[in-house]
Write a protein that binds this ligand. Structure first.
Ligand SMILES: [Zn+2]
Length: 343
């Protein structure tokens, strides 16, 4: 009987001791099992009631149990003291820390820097011209006189009460082409290799148009510049930006500030040029280009008899959306991290 009782007592005591969370709890358990009123002491008192032949055996068992319980208490005590000072005993400088989440530049910023890098490799210098621009630089000087119907294609924001007798009404620049005249004026003579990347503004909003967007405008004026240089530059950019398999074609078009003028197409990013739902028989429209109109060269202070040049102006968001197959421009101006974190 006593043997079973001792066995149970030992098992229960060890269980409780190793579950103790504080030294206070341990002390309470010590009193409960080993104290003067404790269970073992009660048993010791009863030894004298046992038959003589059993006293020695039970006495030894009690001592053994007592020893085991004492060892368990002191072991758990050490373990608790260890946990109380983890920095002293467990600081491991080789364990990796918690990394704070790392973001990245916005897609449009990345695209601007990529486009700039591509053109800088072939000698273009990046410039920035005013977003609040005079009519002269935005329209009139680009061969679009007042009341010319071509102006209707630009849904312009006009700035009321800001007017210059020399340059006309102030507008939020509707395209980066205004930088062409400013660059010609700034340099005064060729060679000119300008890359103008700036915000532009038009009264428009739908899945592919935003009231504020970015354009990049190239302008080259150098001796002997002709259409093959334009085509070669466009081809170079398209292969660098979209990949070496992409092809470029130019189609005749009409702009007031270039002559001849072209629309530039690139082989479809989705089908690779075979033809699909997204494209027109394998081609996607990139934007406009052309040879600088003699009137524009003259307005920029250059002699159209002596100089020729080419220009192109494309939307940063447009090439970005084509590259990554993004179907709504508004995603680029939202702050949806689920979208942005994909890139
Ligand atoms: Zn396609």
């Amino acid at each position: 009987m006593e043997q079973n009782r001792l066995q149970n007592l030992k098992n229960q005591a060890i269980l409780n001791i190793f579950e103790a969370k504080t030294e206070q709890e341990l002390e309470e358990l010590r009193v409960e099992y080993l104290g003067r009123q404790g269970e073992l002491s009660q048993l010791i008192k009863k030894i004298s009631l046992l038959p003589v032949e059993k006293r020695k055996q039970i006495g030894e068992l009690i001592n053994e149990t007592k020893k085991i319980i004492q060892e368990a208490i002191s072991s758990q005590k050490k373990s608790l003291q260890h946990q109380l000072s983890p920095q002293e005993d467990w600081f491991d400088i080789t364990v990796p820390g918690e990394r704070p989440p790392q973001g990245h530049l916005h897609l449009i910023t990345l695209a601007i820097s990529e486009i700039t890098g591509i053109f800088e490799k072939i000698g273009f210098g990046k410039v920035a011209y005013p977003e609040v621009e005079w009519d002269w630089y935005a329209f009139e000087g680009l061969n679009m006189p007042q009341n010319h119907p071509a102006r209707d294609e630009w849904e312009t924001f006009f700035i009321k009460d800001l007017f210059s007798p020399q340059y006309g009404q102030a507008v939020l620049t509707p395209h980066t082409s205004s930088g062409q005249l400013r660059e010609m004026e700034r340099l005064g003579q060729p060679p000119i290799r300008m890359l103008n990347i700036a915000k532009c503004y038009r009264r428009q909003i739908d899945a592919s148009h935003a009231p504020m967007f970015y354009q990049f405008e190239g302008l080259v004026v150098e001796p002997g510049i002709n259409i093959t240089h334009l085509k070669g530059t466009l081809d170079y950019f398209v292969k660098q930006y979209f990949g070496p398999q992409r092809e470029v074609r130019i189609r005749p078009f009409h702009f007031q500030f270039t002559e001849p003028s072209f629309e530039v197409d690139v082989t479809c990013i989705v089908c690779g040029g075979r033809g699909c739902r997204v494209c027109k028989q394998g081609w996607m429209e990139l934007g406009g280009a052309g040879m600088v109109h003699p009137a524009v060269l003259k307005n920029g202070g250059l002699d159209p008899q002596k100089h020729t040049g080419f220009a192109f102006g494309w939307g940063v968001e447009r090439v970005l959306m084509m590259k990554y197959k993004i179907d709504d421009i508004r995603l680029l101006f939202g702050s949806d991290l689920k979208f942005l974190e994909q890139f």
